[in-house]
Design a protein around this ligand. Structure first.
Ligand code: PMP
Length: 407
């Protein structure tokens, strides 16, 4: 679907967008933090609770079977969306953060010994740093860091020199939530695989914006959050290759993840249930599948093209304003703009823009190593989604110009 010609009907799918904030029309440009939800997703949640709410997998009764079928159909939708070979390679989690913690725990406990090394990058979100540091405290592993250059691009030569025969995993983001850089993850994965090193890709900022195929990338693990792709909060995905997931120890213990329990010996369930202890968010999973159908209906390539158009439009307009410093100027960029306007503190800018109804994010964006790289405390970040418009960008640019005048 061509987004530009259908933008009004697309916007009408998102009820929150008609809100006013401080008596101004809402201009929502904080999509990298979370996205708004279309009616179809909201209605799916309502339908879940009004028509098929029953616990999954254990029931012989009608509602339980319906809920189970919907939950497993949602898994198949995610499988197809990511291009995974098997539905049982899709594990439902609470989100990107939990997916990475799961891998850090289960892969770490299974495969890592004191002195083993993992590689992450300097542009990771804290959720792809801290779980590895917790593992470091438990196991005494070594964490190595791929640096990035002034444009915000990973230094692949430096990466090549980080591998040793103790390297056990590489964990890197597909798209930076601060710099917008789209990392060449297919090449990075190939570099790691030559050295028999498996790779985890943080897809929190890629899956909502560009087409992803985990088999084509040959990713060993790929993770994302539902709420950043127009789905509900509290649901996310860990894709993992069967061979790794089968070999890994469970993450949490409880119901669903077991085959047989006795005080003498407990055996674990098969995939994917081995990693889904307790009652899963079966309403969230079906609503996430609805969100995926929503973006698939429009088309991931159309979404990527439209958001690139918004990115270029916004970058040009902001450049014309003058006195704007951009953080992240890679040629391969997703629709995220991190900036500093003159000497105006990002909090002041964000607060004043909010008074004009414009929602942006300010601060370190959970990526303090990026701030350290540039020697700054934080940035002002605008991040775009498929429902944003050039008129909203004009409002942002006019808002920034107005704040500049005030200072
Ligand atoms: N990784 C990246 C690149 C992100 O942008 C985010 C969210 N800002 C996360 C991980 C964490 O996602 P969540 O909070 O949904 O678990």
């Amino acid at each position: 679907m061509d987004i530009l010609t259908n933008i009004e009907s697309i916007r009408a799918d998102f009820p929150i967008l008609t809100q006013t904030v401080h008596n101004r029309p809402l201009v929502y440009l904080d999509n990298a933090a979370t996205t708004q939800k279309p009616w179809s997703v909201i209605k799916k949640i309502e339908e879940g609770y009004t028509q098929q709410n029953a616990n999954v997998h254990r029931g012989v009764h009608f509602l339980s079977q319906m809920a189970t079928e919907a939950h497993e159909a949602a898994r198949a939708t995610v499988q197809q969306f990511l291009g995974a070979a098997h539905a049982h390679e899709i594990i439902f989690t609470r989100g990107t953060t939990e997916s990475i913690n799961l891998v850090a725990h289960s892969f770490g406990e299974t495969f890592l010994q004191t002195g083993d090394e993992i590689i992450v990058s300097e542009m990771e979100h804290h959720s792809n740093i801290v779980p590895w540091q917790l593992l470091q405290q438990r196991k005494g592993i070594v964490i190595k860091v791929i640096p990035f250059n002034e444009q915000g691009e990973l230094d692949l030569e430096a990466l090549a020199s980080l591998f040793t025969d103790r390297t056990k995993l590489l964990a890197v983001t597909h798209v930076s939530n601060v710099l917008g850089t789209v990392n060449p993850v297919k090449d990075i994965i190939a570099m790691a695989h030559v050295r028999q090193v498996p790779v985890l890709i943080d897809g929190a900022q890629s899956v909502p914006h560009i087409a992803v195929n985990v088999q084509d990338l040959d990713a060993d693990f790929y993770v994302f959050s539902g709420h950043k792709i127009y789905g509900p909060t509290g649901i996310g995905v860990l894709y993992g290759k069967e061979k790794w997931l089968n070999a890994m120890v469970p993450y949490q213990g409880g119901g669903e993840m077991i085959a047989q329990v006795s005080f003498e010996k407990t055996t674990f369930n098969e995939l994917p249930y081995k990693f889904e202890a307790g009652t899963p968010d079966f309403i969230g999973s079906t609503a996430l599948a609805e969100a995926i159908r929503y973006v698939q209906n429009i088309g991931m390539d159309q979404i990527a093209a439209y958001e690139t158009y918004l990115l270029n439009y916004a970058t040009d307009k902001l450049q014309q304003l003058g006195d704007v410093r951009f953080f992240g100027t890679s040629l391969h960029k997703s629709a995220v703009i991190s900036m500093q306007v003159g000497n105006i503190h990002h909090y002041d800018m964000g607060t004043l823009l909010d008074k004009l109804g414009i929602a942006l994010r300010t601060g370190h964006h959970c990526a303090q190593p990026i701030m350290k790289h540039y020697g700054i405390e934080g940035t002002l970040r605008a991040s775009f989604a498929l429902y944003n418009t050039t008129a909203e960008i004009d409002a942002l640019v006019a808002g920034i110009a107005r704040v500049k005048q005030l200072f």
